[in-house]
Write a protein that binds this ligand. Structure first.
Ligand code: CTP
Length: 400
């Protein structure tokens, strides 16, 4: 069978670490699969592996400097960024990771990364103490929030003979991740997805509302993930300050729960996959004042609230057998029991549970820690990940 990598353009970045010798195996696997590979190596990468070996294997001169000294030929990082379908940096040292996270463009590889429009993967490799240093953790989290896919290093014996986390993932595993990236590219082609996201605001008067802390980040990450995998996405979102631009995403802005329900009816009825990630206000003020409520002469006030429609339950009640609907459950106690209840009560196929007891999960953060609970009773718990990676896990769980 023809490899999915055939004809794909890949920039392989190599930096100065012992693991650079493993990049030769990765390069061979990519070439054997029919990919076109342009190696970009940092000056210190050349201390570990020679450009001659890499050029011979890839069939292309290796790029390292901004221009070739004797001919003056300029190497355009912008052109490389446009040419590539994927950029993989393996190994990625602490120094390169730090430069990428902070925009320090002092070599050809980092400049190429900064100009890259394509997906970027990095396979960190360093000593265990460097790996555990807070600056590395912070830089990796920054890169993950930019959408960089991080191929976690394995634990094992390191070049220093110390044993711990920091060893670059094996070339075969990195190759699998590359294959998996390209097969994800088209696995939602022709699918329609509807997603609710963000909070809803329920007006009290022209200047005040009842709302919640949802930022919409999880829903937006899901929309981006689906769109990049080829789906046509309708994103119905409450008031959020996020921007999104992808030709496959149609965004509908709403404010209240009732507006969200109205705007969601048509997209959800046409969707193959429906995702309810909005933090919908369960109640709204019964009365809405037409002019600003004044405080003069009012010492206390009672708000009477009435129930909002349950958007997920309403739309999933008419779900067809060819549709899959997913809900979220943000819980503080009896998490599992409550999530299972929501699954059946709302007629969903899957519930994504996140607990407010988990650090880094829930509202406002760039990360999330989830458990996926399915209709057939099976479930999977994932470690803390960036919201984009969480979105990938949710979609993989739905369509694979
Ligand atoms: N949901 C919805 N409309 C509502 C309330 C919730 O569509 N009025 C959806 C959410 O988008 C989420 C799921 O239902 O996918 C569960 O939301 P959650 O707030 O956890 O559940 P509730 O049913 O509101 O229950 P409670 O707040 O009492 O835990």
């Amino acid at each position: 069978m023809e490899s999915i990598l055939k004809g794909k353009h890949i920039v392989l970045g190599i930096t100065g670490g012992i693991a650079a010798y493993k990049s030769v195996t990765l390069l061979r696997l990519l070439i054997k699969a029919g990919a076109e590979v342009q190696v970009v190596i940092t000056p210190s990468g050349k201390e570990f592996i020679t450009p001659v070996t890499l050029a011979a294997l890839s069939g292309k001169p290796v790029v390292s400097e901004f221009f070739t000294a004797n001919t003056g030929e300029w190497h355009s990082h912008v052109d490389l960024g446009l040419w590539a379908d994927l950029m993989v940096i393996a190994p990625a040292t602490a120094s390169t990771i730090g430069k990428m996270a902070n925009g320090i463009a002092d070599n050809m590889l980092v400049t190429t990364y900064l100009s890259a429009k394509e997906h970027v993967m990095i396979a960190p490799a360093m000593d265990l103490d460097m790996m555990a240093h807070p600056s590395t953790t912070r830089n990796l989290a920054t890169l993950a929030s930019y959408g960089v896919e991080i191929i976690e290093p394995a634990a094992g014996e390191l070049a220093s003979h110390l044993v711990g986390k920091g060893r670059m993932e094996e070339p075969e595993k990195i190759f699998e991740r590359i294959e998996s990236y390209f097969s994800r590219q088209c696995d939602m082609q022709g699918k329609r997805v509807a997603i609710t996201a963000g909070p809803t605001f329920e007006k009290l008067d022209p200047v005040r509302f009842i709302g919640n802390y949802s930022t919409g980040k999880m829903g937006f990450a899901l929309a981006e993930e689906c769109a990049e995998r080829g789906a046509e996405v309708t994103l119905i979102c409450g008031p959020v300050s996020l921007e999104i631009s992808h030709p496959n995403i149609r965004r509908i802005n709403v404010e209240s729960a009732r507006e969200m329900l109205e705007a969601s009816k048509e997209p959800f009825s046409k969707a193959d996959i429906g995702i309810f990630s909005a933090a919908v206000a369960d109640y709204r003020p019964e009365m809405r004042a037409d002019s600003k409520i004044k405080r003069e002469g009012v010492d206390d006030m009672t708000l009477h609230l009435v129930k909002n429609p349950d958007i997920a339950a309403t739309l999933a009640a008419d779900k067809r057998v060819d549709q899959k609907f997913v809900g979220f459950a943000l819980e503080t106690d009896h998490e599992h029991e409550n999530a299972v209840k929501k699954l059946t009560k709302k007629n969903l196929d899957m519930v994504v549970l996140n607990s407010l007891n988990d650090k880094g999960a829930g509202f406002g953060t760039d990360t999330n820690k989830i458990t996926i609970i399915r209709r057939d009773g099976t479930e999977t718990t994932f470690p803390l990940k960036s919201k984009r990676e969480v979105a990938r896990d949710i979609i993989d769980g739905l369509i694979r």
